[in-house]
Design a protein around this ligand. Sequence first.
Ligand code: BES
Ligand code: MN
Ligand code: ZN
Length: 502
Amino acid sequence: MSTELRIRNESAATAEGDAVVVGVLPAEADGDGLRLTPGTEEVDAAFDGRLTKELELAGATGKAEEIVKLPTRGAITAPLVVAVGLGKPGSEGASEPEQVRRASGAAARALSGTGRAVSTLGRLDLAAAAEGTLLGAYTFNAYKSNGANGANGKTPVGQVDLLTGDDTAEETLRRATAVANAVRTARDLINTPPNDLYPETFAARARELGEAAGLQVEVLDDAALAEGGYGGVLGVGQGSSRKPRLVRLTWSGGDSPRAKVALVGKGITFDTGGISIKPAANMDHMTSDMSGAAAVIATTVLAAQLGLPVAVTATVPMAENMPSDTAYRPGDVLKMYGGKTVEVLNTDAEGRLILADAIVRAGEDAPDYLIETSTLTGAQVVALGTRTAGIMGSDEFRDRVAAHAQTTGEGGWPMPLPDHLRPDLDSRVADLANVTSHRFGGMLAAGIFLREFVPADTPWVHIDVAGPAFNAGGPWGYTGKGGTGVPVRTMFAVLSDIAENG
Ligand code: BES
Ligand code: MN
Ligand code: ZN
């Protein structure tokens, strides 16, 4: 069951519902205490102007994502006020819309189990409130035996009425809902366990999603990959009984597309490390090693649903990285799609190998821009933490993408690709080795490896989301545990920017 959003232009004091959400801001240094966000006036009036006082008594401070519940005892129609903190402006680097998005997400989580709520946050930023609510309410109960209603599953809030006086509200809600649903689709794919989501079934789901959105779909199976010479995808996938795939989804961009964009996403449905096997601790997180693939599939579908005037082709390599008697070995040399040879020195650096094939294939379409995203390196998490993606590529486009990563609130920071690291990827026997012999700048070395396969002069970006794609910690803002759907909203913002500005 998923949450229904509606638009209402009515007083929060008389609106029907089980709870009314109000936003609160921390006291200013020279001010007199907690403040309410605009759009909450009628509720405050019904409390005789004492709402902030009562919330303060109940412990509210206005800090980001803080939830305080206050029974209304008949002061307004709804029996409960749910106050959510927005935090100080710019706290945690959050933009204003992002503060509304996170507050709406925190409120949606706090409303779990509630039938119907009314939110005044729609009056601050309708799109952000809608996205935050839908993402915060997301639950993945497909594998709970009691479904969403049992003791195990969490029931999302049934309906949220977003208050707004905006005349373009319907269109804003339609777009925000489509964006949030794309993120939710990516999360569903990531959260589906690897015994059910492996290359063949992942490709089938990509096909279904693509066809439902009217995309052109092409799936290469292992025979077609062999025929085409995709040595990277085949090498990585050969240790698994679940054979690899390469999926291509194309949105035409409508009648007069402004530009052609290639999206590429890493689709390792499970990463054991292969013969260079990973330690057992937290290996289960490697079920999320197809997050880049999930994100580009969802973003391409979204571009079509919203009729974005940009031609988009997603090229998605899918493989399972397993150790076995048929697995590729350290020391193997792979002949990649397009002819370059790569010496495999570590079978756990598999993402770059399947991506190299996909990037070369994507480059054959002569795209104006190429965007690749992947859970590529543990070094990304060491360098930037779990919430900030590493963004590398050609200088100008990299900075443009990083700016969108900031405004969407998904998080990301520009990183260099220093040329002096390139010789560290030289191989004794092949054109290139898949790893350096040291761990310094591991995130950057992976980016430098990928750059070898990008067509010259194509503006491109590599978004390493090893940390941000999967939330192994507790829920925060609109991000629950598990797959996050990052960087769907960043990529969609970039596509929208290209649609407008070329
Ligand atoms: N999928 C991993 C990267 C990863 C690590 C994603 C942690 C999410 C969380 C990737 O395939 C990998 O194993 N990378 C190696 C590269 C190394 C062998 C150069 C790594 O980061 O250790
Ligand atoms: Mn790996
Ligand atoms: Zn991996």
